[in-house]
Ligand binder design. Structure first.
Ligand code: NI
Length: 253
């Protein structure tokens, strides 16, 4: 269940049976001509809602803006500096820790967040290691799982899209959002004809450099292959892998 749809008494009751919480985190950045700007936040949210049902967990409010400086060459993209995102994560975790949550399961939708999220975890651990943590709180544990790297997800993508899945505005992530938001998916996919069909691969520096190398925003992908039906299967695959992993995370010594 979503934290935002609960009462404080319900949260208090939940804490008697579990101290785990699912933390969806994503980004607000262009996803090519056929993908939503919210793709990277919508995907972990779609997965997290179903995952929470499977494992009886609470889903925290999605951190839906991430570290996306390289996408700022495209209208609508928003970034937090790494230092800002580290503060956001630290304050959210510390708020929830005050109430007794101590197992934080981040489900991430954006590769560009990974380094910063890991740095945020080290900032959190540094507080207890250096003896500066408040409230005599228990040892906190945070893990980061990228839904798009779940083995069962990658199997489906390999079968359905092969090399055309790509690495940004992937056919897989676009499929998952079309499943979650079918009417809007219909709207943005209907007029799509992309050239070249499969976008170039490569690396980049800042946002000017990114737009010069990847003029329509995609990297390595042909997201016109995306369908809501495949998206539904991708959600089931991600939930299967993450449910097993979440249970292990809570049970670990
Ligand atoms: Ni993405």
């Amino acid at each position: 269940m979503r934290l935002q749809l609960m009462t404080w008494q319900e949260v208090e009751t939940y804490l008697k049976r579990s101290t785990g919480i699912i933390m969806p985190i994503g980004s607000a950045e262009q996803h090519g001509p056929t993908g939503f700007i919210g793709t990277d936040a919508l995907c972990p949210e779609i997965v997290a809602d179903k995952l929470a049902e499977e494992v009886d967990a609470i889903v925290a409010p999605t951190i839906s803006v991430g570290m996306a400086q390289h996408h700022l060459g495209f209208p609508g993209s928003i970034t937090l500096r790494p230092s800002t995102l580290i503060s956001v994560i630290g304050d959210m975790v510390t708020s929830l820790a005050r109430h007794g949550f101590d197992r934080f399961y981040f489900v991430n939708g954006h590769g560009g967040n990974i380094a910063t999220v890991k740095a945020a975890f080290d900032e959190i651990y540094s507080e207890s290691s250096l003896g500066t943590a408040r409230h005599n709180r228990a040892g906190l544990r945070c893990v980061l799982r990228n839904w798009f790297q779940c083995p069962s997800v990658n199997e489906i993508e390999a079968t359905e899209f092969g090399d055309a899945n790509g690495s940004h505005a992937t056919a897989g992530e676009v499929s998952l959002t079309y499943f979650g938001y079918p009417e809007d998916g219909e709207r943005i996919s209907s007029a799509a004809k992309l050239s070249p069909e499969i976008a170039p691969e490569g690396s980049f520096y800042d946002c000017e450099d990114y737009r010069r190398r990847f003029p329509d925003g995609r990297i390595g992908s042909d997201p016109t292959l995306a369908t809501a039906e495949i998206g539904e299967r991708l959600r089931a695959a991600a939930v299967k892998d993450l449910a097993a992993d979440y249970k292990k995370f809570l049970e670990a010594e």
